[in-house]
Design a protein around this ligand. Structure first.
Ligand code: SF4
Length: 291
């Protein structure tokens, strides 16, 4: 909180948005997805497409951070890569595809600099960033068991470059820049994450906001002590798939049967212990079955 609070004498001249953030933001408070609408959020007035469910996913993730004041987000090129100025978190953008290599170095440096404090690093990228361009750095960060969380916002295409197919686009789908249709099947990335050494792997949709919040918190807490964690948020790009906002949401909802969690034995014991001591510690009271 010392890093965000306003120095004495400057209260009157700081912008209203900043004053609101200090007085009513989530820093240092136990707030989560269930509290949305009651506090000043960490993101506002972003330039992404209206009704985009990828943007909703991003909003839900950053509303779920256990300690936002001690969280650093690493992203790369992608739709959400252009919203850094609208996020009240420490964030940085890595050259395309290098986000997990960048996050590895950042996490290690923070461990050295702050040995007695949890500094959570989250590497967030789109499906192309993880499954195509950043595949090697991603896999090697998992092979090395780096202690941070990777979150793939899977909208099944390269969206902000006009609609090319990615490794996560389903076979046969034609997009603006790939009119012949995808030539090979969607990559089963959650399976790869398990095999590559992630201690916790989850698939979720933004249509289950409280569950998404719970999984994000579990992933972050497990990454602190046990090992790398991965979440695939199955979402939709309304613009490139030529859907209305409602249809985009319905598409994200159609992925609900894919929702699931995987823990290594060590990760499951660790998170159960935390949740036993403090049932709200990992979920902030988020109930799995509530939309
Ligand atoms: S291009 Fe697609 S993913 Fe990107 S902001 Fe627009 S709707 Fe969302």
């Amino acid at each position: 909180m010392d890093t965000v609070k306003i120095a004495p004498g400057f209260e009157e001249i700081m912008p209203k948005e900043y004053q609101d953030l200090v007085n009513d933001g989530p820093y240092g408070r136990d707030l989560g997805v269930k509290d949305l609408g009651t506090f000043k959020e960490l993101i506002e007035e972003h330039p992404l497409c209206a009704g985009c469910s990828l943007t909703l996913s991003f909003r839900l993730v950053i509303a779920s951070l256990p300690t936002p004041e001690d969280t650093l987000i690493v992203t790369c090129a992608g739709c959400f890569g252009v919203i850094h100025p609208q996020i009240s978190l420490h964030c940085t953008i890595a050259p395309f595809g290098t986000h997990n290599a960048f996050a590895s170095g950042l996490k290690r440096a923070l461990k050295v600099k702050f040995p007695n404090k949890n500094k959570d690093v989250i590497s967030m990228a789109g499906d192309g960033g993880f499954s195509d361009i950043g595949l090697a750095p991603t896999l090697h960060s998992w092979f090395r068991r780096e202690n941070f969380t990777s979150i793939m916002l899977d909208n099944e295409c390269y969206a902000n470059t006009g609609g090319q197919d990615s490794g996560m686009t389903p076979e046969g789908i034609a997009l603006n820049m790939s009119p012949k249709g995808k030539q090979f099947p969607k990559i089963q990335f959650a399976e790869i994450a398990k095999q590559a050494g992630c201690a916790y792997v989850a698939t979720v949709t933004p249509t289950k906001p409280r569950l998404l919040g719970k999984m994000a918190r579990r992933a972050i807490l497990i990454a602190r002590e046990v090992g790398p964690t991965f979440i695939r948020v199955a979402t939709a790009c309304s613009t490139n798939y030529k859907l209305s906002a409602f249809e985009g949401y319905q598409k994200a909802k159609s992925f609900e049967p894919e929702i699931g969690e995987y823990f290594t034995e060590e990760a499951e014991l660790y998170i159960k212990e935390i949740e036993k001591k403090s049932p709200k510690a990992s979920s902030k009271g988020e109930e799995e079955n509530e939309d």
